[in-house]
Design a binder for this molecule. Structure first.
Ligand SMILES: O=c1[nH]cnc2c1ncn2[C@@H]1O[C@H](CO)[C@@H](O)[C@H]1O
Length: 573
């Protein structure tokens, strides 16, 4: 006769789970976990969930668990999986997950969620690239030129070229396509002619090529062994091409209108765009670029106001601009742009809500190098009776204690209201305490960080390290059109965090949405007013509190929908 396990274990003297001292251990363990969870960013919010919201959270977590098993753990045998390059697992890289994620139930839910504000987004990286290229073709007078012929494979991959509106459509007799080594440098060629003569597949090939020069391709982001600087070299080359199409009035208007519609459809009600106002903006039908940024800003505001009048834009509060200088430029160029920022602020006070510096942090000038300029800016603002707050990028780096990583210290010392990225913040226990105390929000862009090679999976992203320490975070999409989101909005970034991180459930996402509203710059405020309103949250009396209440009731309705729609998941384990 064989002994059963229990008999064997008892004979061996193995304690059992129901033994009082093991029970005591487990209770202590649970208490320790609960104690740590009290520090989480959403601890209070979670306790205040309505019964329906709590049920919706549970349902969403059950759906996630089901999809992790059914979709993200494919039972392919090793050889097939490697061959098809389709090894799926929860937290798989964005581009591998993308095609599947958009078909999941979790996606449907996240898409419908009311998402508050989008606080970190570079405007020129927000426009659907195919639509942009269509506009270049359908708008009369668009020409393409290059400072040198584009002939070799390397030229097609990296050499500069640009589009531009010009009413002089006629081709001169000696005009030779850009793709010939006899091309006269910088001669504008009508887009249709250039496309028709494109050596690699005519117009279809041309469109495909332009597209590839406006985006980071999945292969690029996979090549982690090439490092961060290499992907930034590709990334920064996309902006001049995009802007050369975008900065023509009729194209900008069409693209901007469409983009606002996409954001609103994704449940976003307010946006602060980071904009580097371009010197190349051309009014409709005008061959020369505008001498300053006034006209662009006027059109930007006009389009936002028009959008708010449409059906699509009914619930949309506002879009404002965080004026950006390029951190790579000289003192003189940065000061010139700061002066323009102040002038535009005076002209369009509702439009400009802040100031930042952009471009790769690692290769650009650190904030400490720019301290004299930033103090000068504050002084000039004060002299002009303006208050333009800082919203600095900082810590978008793998650095640990290097000069880029130290941008975090300057951002905080210079009074930033939020931190863009803060990827390296998790290495700074003192700064973490400081930003909590000073009520600074981190604008976290998980997919951007993945594509730009700071991490290869949401699972190794520092987001959880911030949330577990109680850092206020909102999720943002940064550069969706270039990074390859394929659709505008926040659904991808929300989905990625929800699916990949056990602790980020619906309540956690909702907390981050609430933060996005609390840290929105809906109106100009002094630092004291700002801090008071951020601190009061929903209990305040201003615009923020009103919008937080509005979001709250939207969120409750959304939770009711989740509970009704996915009732089959409403069960206890
Ligand atoms: O994640 C980012 N960090 C810093 N700069 C960025 C990021 N994404 C885009 N830009 C910068 O913003 C400008 C376009 O608005 C470009 O100069 C681009 O390099």
């Amino acid at each position: 006769m064989t002994k059963n396990d229990a008999d064997w274990e008892l004979e061996e003297g193995l304690p059992q789970f129901d033994d009082p001292f093991i029970q005591k251990y487990l209770k202590g363990r649970d208490a320790l976990i609960a104690e740590e969870q009290k520090q989480r960013h959403d601890a209070t919010f979670r306790k205040s969930l309505s019964p329906i919201a709590a049920r919706a959270c549970k349902i969403v977590s059950q759906i996630r668990a089901r999809e992790q098993k059914d979709i993200w753990t494919q039972g392919l045998d090793e050889a097939t999986a490697h061959q098809s390059d389709e090894i799926l697992y929860p937290g798989v890289m964005f581009h591998h997950a993308k095609g599947y994620m958009e078909k999941t139930t979790l996606w449907q839910i996240v898409q419908k969620m009311p998402k508050g504000s989008l606080l970190h987004a570079h405007m020129d990286a927000m426009f659907d690239i195919d639509f942009l290229i269509d506009q270049a073709f359908s708008t009369p007078g668009i020409h393409v030129s290059a400072p040198a012929p584009l002939v070799t494979a390397q030229d097609f991959e990296t050499a500069p070229f640009e589009f531009r509106f010009s009413s002089q459509m006629k081709m001169s007799s000696n005009e030779i396509a850009i793709w010939s080594k006899d091309y006269e440098p910088s001669t504008p060629i009508p887009i249709q002619a250039a496309a028709a003569s494109f050596p690699n597949g005519g117009e279809i090939g041309f469109r495909e090529w332009v597209r590839s020069r406006c985006m980071i391709m999945p292969e690029h982001s996979y090549h982690h062994h090439h490092g961060v600087d290499a992907i930034w070299a590709i990334f920064t080359k996309t902006f001049p091409v995009i802007n050369s199409i975008l900065m023509y009035e009729p194209i900008f208007r069409a693209c901007f209108r469409r983009m606002l519609g996409q954001l609103a459809a994704d449940g976003i009600r307010y946006v602060e765009f980071r904009v580097v106002p371009s010197p190349r903006y051309q009014k409709e039908g005008v061959n020369e670029a505008e001498v300053d940024r006034t006209e662009f800003c006027r059109v930007f505001q006009e389009e936002v106001n028009r959008f708010k009048e449409t059906d699509e834009g009914k619930g949309f509060y506002e879009a404002r601009i965080i004026w950006c200088g390029l951190r790579i430029l000289s003192n003189m160029e940065i000061v010139e742009s700061m002066k323009q920022c102040i002038t535009i602020k005076q002209k369009y006070p509702d439009l400009i809500c802040g100031y930042d510096l952009v471009g790769q942090e690692d290769s650009g000038r650190p904030l400490v190098d720019l301290v004299p300029l930033l103090f000068w800016f504050k002084k000039r603002c004060a002299e002009e009776n303006e208050d333009i707050p800082f919203f600095f990028h900082a810590g978008e780096t793998l650095g640990d204690g290097d000069v880029t990583d130290h941008n975090l210290f300057d951002a905080i010392l210079l009074g930033t209201r939020r931190i863009g990225h803060g990827f390296s913040l998790y290495k700074h226990p003192l700064l973490i305490e400081l930003i909590k105390e000073k009520k600074i929000l981190v604008e976290c862009c998980p997919i951007s960080n993945e594509i730009l090679r700071l991490t290869s999976s949401i699972k190794s992203h520092p987001l959880p390290a911030m949330l577990s320490r109680g850092v206020p975070v909102s999720l943002c999409n940064d550069d969706p059109a270039i990074l390859g989101h394929g659709k505008n909005g926040l659904t991808h970034d929300f989905w990625q965090a929800l699916q990949g991180l056990q602790n980020v459930d619906l309540a956690s996402l909702a907390m981050m949405v609430q933060n996005s509203i609390r840290w929105s710059c809906y109106e100009d405020q002094t630092t004291t007013e700002w801090k008071a309103e951020v601190g009061e949250g929903i209990l305040g009396e201003g615009i923020k509190a009103a919008r937080l209440r509005e979001w709250h009731s939207e969120f409750e309705r959304f939770c009711e929908w989740v509970v009704m729609e996915f009732a089959e998941f409403d069960e206890d384990e």
